[in-house]
Design a protein around this ligand. Sequence first.
Ligand code: SAM
Length: 186
Amino acid sequence: MFPNVLEVARKLIRERVQVGETVVDATMGNGNDTLFLAQLVQEEGKVIAFDIQPQAIEKTRERLEREGLANRVEMMLASHEEIDKLEISAAAIMFNLGYLPGGDKEITTQASSTIQAIQSGFRVLRPGGIMTVMIYWGHSAGETEKEAVEAFCHELSQLDYLVLKYQYINQQNQAPFLLAIERRGQ
Ligand code: SAM
């Protein structure tokens, strides 16, 4: 069977990130992607994870501690537009848009701050690095956000970025899809 879209995002990241590099989880949530990234960069690497909800930080911390991986992750209770305040060169930045599964569905990523965060992420993404954006658009803010993010990506210069859209086109109910953006260069 074809892989699900999140699995594709992870595969593309795995192919580009080296052990020991720095990576960013821009939407920590329950920590699934943070955990994946922490395993990928191994002990020498670093993950910086953002969320605006303390609940997300708690859940993620619990998971990382259970796996013994907390020491390679820095958790920021802050909006992802702040990515460029970090003095890092990131090999990968993951966005998983929408609301916290099991949390308050009213607290969700929003079109304008998401686009600012993507731009902020570009300022720290190393050449050859990858940004993945999982788009969940089956909720009210999601459709506006999807349109804004896609329109923004359409305008990116192909000299600087390659943008891939990965979507199953015969699924019901606004199935999530992936935008993967590669920063060109070595
Ligand atoms: N990747 C997560 C996981 O593996 O469990 C799921 C992420 S969930 C779909 C989206 C998360 O984005 C929510 O936890 C939400 O609080 C967070 N979020 C919303 N607005 C944000 C912002 N401006 N900056 C950072 N995180 C934000």
